[in-house]
Design a protein around this ligand. Structure first.
Ligand SMILES: [Zn+2]
Length: 349
């Protein structure tokens, strides 16, 4: 049997004001400076500078970088300039966390994840999305050595980001079904444990919808825990398989087709999940109703994408990763089948 190394976070700290525990936790897990803190133009004020101050007070030598671009060439510059640091702390939304974990992976140093919004499961996964020549690609990255999830900060994130995180979790229902299909029909490696953990993430969110909608702290905590569980499922599987199936391919396909769209990753995966659950013969109406109940987009109009782009995205999604066998590959998806599925599910009118 092939050797597998599973890298998991050593500590996950969740609670109110736990951002003030950053230095203490870094010491506890044996991290010594100098450290690079990366934050974003907005998140630096709510969290980034707090982390810098907290680490400096504890005696860490800290450099601070406000990152804006996820262009691979710009992130490679951060990697080039960070060779003297012993670890990286990423404080911000999905893009900042991606920049930090990609940099840490390429520098072969630990990375601490301090998310400020629960918008998708990248907060703890070993993959990063960066752009190259105007297209988004997924790169190998470092899973966090530890995660600090401050509920006071995360629960104040715009509700749209919270709902988008929920949609990314609901999308695990079809991701796991696609993985099982690839196992049954193509003999692909399948981990029952990783699959169950990913499905549990979806179930936690579905059970906590009402609490999450009220921004109740328990509900937000459930969402954060499910995002982390999904990331850990990816660490255990050694790939994004438990968290990313045909619904994610549809989302990635939209990313590559529509340049100036405003829709979020989780929102696109949610709509992709309606289509994919229909194609799998699952209860797609339940998926749609759960998304609608959370206030997530359930059709092209709400997503802000034209019907023709939606059809093309579904039809060509299988080409994004030909090696990742899903229901789209099984039925040899084309424009006619895509339009039919989108019309039946109400994704296009
Ligand atoms: Zn996702």
């Amino acid at each position: 049997m092939k050797k597998q190394i599973i890298e998991l976070p050593r500590e996950i700290v969740i609670g109110d004001d736990v951002i003030d525990d950053t230095a203490e936790m870094c010491k506890r897990i044996g991290l010594k400076g100098p450290v690079l803190v990366i934050s974003g133009p907005h998140t630096k004020d709510v969290a980034g500078l707090k982390v810098v101050e907290n680490l400096r007070k504890a005696g860490y030598e800290v450099d601070f970088d406000v990152a804006i671009s996820i262009k691979k060439s710009d992130v490679d510059k951060i990697v080039e300039e960070s060779k003297t640091h012993n670890f990286i702390v990423g404080v911000g939304g999905g893009k900042i966390i991606d920049i930090a974990k990609y940099s840490a992976y390429n520098l072969d140093i630990p990375f601490i994840s301090v998310p400020t919004a629960p918008s998708h499961d990248g907060i703890a996964s070993p993959r990063a999305t960066l752009s190259y020549n105007g297209q988004k690609y997924s790169y190998d990255a470092r899973a966090p050595r530890a995660i600090i999830a401050d509920l006071n900060i995360i629960s104040k994130a715009p509700f749209r980001l919270i709902a988008s995180g929920c949609a990314d979790m609901i999308a695990k229902l079809t991701a796991v079904t696609d993985w099982r299909l690839a196992h049954d029909e193509k003999g692909e490696y399948f981990s029952e444990y990783a699959a169950s953990l990913a499905l549990l993430s979806a179930q936690i969110v579905l059970n906590s919808t009402d609490k999450i909608k009220k921004r109740n702290k328990d509900g937000i905590k459930d969402l954060v825990k499910s995002l982390i569980s999904s990331s850990i499922a990816m660490c255990i599987a050694g790939s994004s398989r438990p968290a990313s199936g045909s619904e994610h391919l549809i989302s990635h396909s939209l990313d590559s087709l529509v340049k100036d769209k405003k829709s979020l990753h989780g929102e696109q995966c949610g709509v992709g999940c309606i289509i994919s659950s229909y194609l799998h013969g699952m209860d797609w109406k339940k998926v749609r109703d759960s998304l609608r109940n959370l206030g997530c987009p359930i059709n092209s109009k709400e997503l802000g994408v034209s019907d023709s782009y939606i059809i093309r995205a579904i039809a060509t999604a299988k080409l994004i990763r030909p090696d990742r066998y899903t229901i789209l590959h099984k039925i040899d998806m084309d424009e006619d089948k895509a339009e039919k599925a989108a019309r039946i599910t109400g994704v296009i009118q």
